[in-house]
Each structure stands twice: as C-alpha cells, then as structure tokens.
Design a protein around this ligand. Structure first.
Ligand code: PNS
Length: 167
C-alpha cells in the first residue's frame, strides 16, 4: 500500500494546494502533507507551526491525511514510511522544469523514490503562496486564493507580512 507524501513550503496553504491534496487523497490510502524547508526561499511569513495548523484547519474534512513538519531531505522523510511516493502539483512548464530536477534527485537519492505529478486545476494555475504573501503585504484581498478557514484565521490574527518584491 502506497503512502503519498505531498511536500511543500505552504507559506500559506492556497486553494491550489488544497485542490491537489483533495485529489491526491483519493489516489492513495494515506496522504502525508509535509511542511518542509525550501532552502531557496528567504525567511517566510508563517512559522512552521502556523503552516501546519493552517493545513490541518483546511483539511479537517479529509479523513486519510496526516500533516507533519520535517526538517531535512525529502528522501529522509520518505524513508520513515514503508512504501512512499511523492506527489507534486504542476502549474506550468516553468514548474515542470524545476520539478523534474527535484524528482530526479529524489529518485537517485531515495533509491528509486517515485514522484507523481498532478496537473493543477486551470483556475488555480496562477495561484501561489508568494502571490498571496505579496497581496497580504500590501493589504490586498486574498479571499479568492486561500481556503475560507485559512482566510478567516489570517484575518483574525492580522497577519500581514512584508513584500518580497516579486511574486
Ligand atoms: O512549496 P515549495 O517551496 O515548492 O516546496 C519545495 C520543497 C520544500 C518540497 C523542496 O524544497 C524540498 O523538498 N525541500 C527539502 C530538501 C530536499 O529534500 N530537497 C530536494 C533535493 S534538492
């Protein structure tokens, strides 16, 4: 039985992420949503715990999900599960280029750890956590881009962040 691991920065989780989570959870008996560090991204908006909390909030109704935080290589997380497969969403050709590199490194390091790509639903193809963070920094409306429960929590906590200068 395969365990699906859906890794990401999730800073914060978006509607695009949630769509992939909902679809992936139908493909595998158990889906582990893993908050991992992306070394190419500067210090984020949310703490690791806040990212995990928001994912748990948004995925409450999905029974076969576990949300974890992991500091280290994705292949080392995958080793903790008996029979894991990585799941990633692809929004565009640009994503594919980067994702191929990552999947190939993980395949080599992880002793043939497989990656399954799910296409992002067209309505979320331009949605990203960095766009959301940029909007938040300038007081823009993020309601259309994050799950409703996440929107309510972020609004309630008056989380704003600062602009990265690029989306
Ligand atoms: O949401 P993101 O930022 O696209 O997610 C990228 C992430 C966190 C999945 C990726 O950077 C990752 O797997 N980081 C952990 C370290 C690792 O295993 N890197 C792959 C070998 S280069």
């Amino acid at each position: 039985m395969k365990v699906g691991i859906y890794p990401g920065s999730f800073d914060p989780i978006t509607k695009g992420h949630l769509d992939i989570i909902e679809r992936a959870a139908k493909l595998v008996p158990k889906l582990v949503v893993a908050v991992l560090v992306n070394p190419n991204k500067k210090q984020g908006l949310l703490s690791d715990k806040e990212r995990v909390d928001l994912i748990e909030l948004a995925t409450q109704s999905i029974p076969n999900i576990e949300v974890v935080y992991f500091s280290g290589l994705l292949v080392d997380l995958a080793r903790l599960y008996e029979d894991a497969v990585v799941i990633r969403g692809i929004r565009s050709g640009k994503d594919l280029e980067m994702e191929l590199d990552m999947a190939q490194i993980n395949w080599q390091l992880g002793k043939e750890l497989e990656t399954i790509f799910l296409m992002t639903a067209p309505q979320y193809s331009y949605v990203s956590s960095s766009v959301v963070r940029e909007l938040m920094a300038f007081g823009g409306d993020i309601k259309a881009y994050v799950p409703e429960s996440v929107y309510d929590r972020l609004e309630k906590n008056h989380i704003r962040g600062e602009s990265s200068g690029r989306c």
